[in-house]
Design a protein around this ligand. Structure first.
Ligand SMILES: [Zn+2]
Length: 230
């Protein structure tokens, strides 16, 4: 099959959605480069180190399952305001986070393609799902793609251009888990980390909102999950 050279730049958190998205995008595009982008959200003075360690460890384990990927690139995006809020309100969400993460990923990808002298199409992606807030929606991703096309591509054309795909923006988490099961990604699902508590025993707590969503998705998809402490 012939077509333009492609590179994919996938935001990877070590969780189920982004890990399966990496597989999906690699299979769909057969890219020349498959670059995992991990966001380092550690903020000095806040207890973010343990989650960082666990998510990075899970991301590396997931990439071992996927093979043929470039080494992880880490982007540091301190989100102190979120850390401050989370200490006051445990369940608060990082509203609008993807506008930050995608902006950083787009700038990184454009520069990375230039450094590699890659000529073709770079595709930014991630595990944006229907269940995960307005900044995962198909509408938001469409506007963001237009922002990349107008605010970045004129600087890198004609040898290269960037676009954005959110393959799961109309999928629920259980649909993602079911797809992964059908693709025989059972080991990857077990490696993926969903817990916000990052307990020292290496197991999911089973109680935080990340664990509750994971449990419901696996149950609905009919896939057994053995990663819980209780
Ligand atoms: Zn948990």
């Amino acid at each position: 099959m012939s077509g333009p050279n492609k590179a994919i730049y996938v935001l990877l958190s070590g969780g189920v959605d982004s890990s399966v998205a990496f597989h999906y995008m690699s299979k769909k595009h057969s890219p020349i480069y498959a670059v995992p982008i991990f966001v380092d959200r550690r903020t000095p003075g806040y207890s973010t180190q343990r989650a960082y360690d666990r998510e990075l460890e899970a991301s590396k384990a997931v990439l071992d399952q996927l093979k043929n990927t470039e080494p992880i690139s880490q982007l540091q995006i301190p989100m102190k305001w979120y850390g401050v809020a989370k200490e006051k309100m445990k369940d608060i969400l990082p509203y609008g986070r993807n506008s930050l993460l995608l902006s950083a990923a787009a700038s990184f990808a454009a520069i990375d393609m230039r450094l590699r002298d890659f000529r073709g199409e770079g595709i930014i992606s991630g595990g944006f799902t229907k269940d995960d807030g307005a900044d995962c929606s198909t509408e938001f991703l469409r506007y963001f793609r237009e922002a990349v096309v107008s605010g970045l591509n004129p600087d890198i054309l004609p040898e290269r251009r960037l676009t954005l795909e959110g393959p799961f923006s109309e999928w629920t988490k259980s649909e993602i888990v079911r797809y992964a099961g059908n693709e025989n990604l059972d080991q990857l699902l077990l490696m993926a980390w969903s817990c916000y508590e990052a307990l020292p025993n290496g197991l999911h707590c089973g109680k935080c909102s990340g664990c509750i969503k994971r449990k419901a998705a696996f149950k609905k998809a009919g896939i057994k999950d053995v990663t819980y402490a209780n």
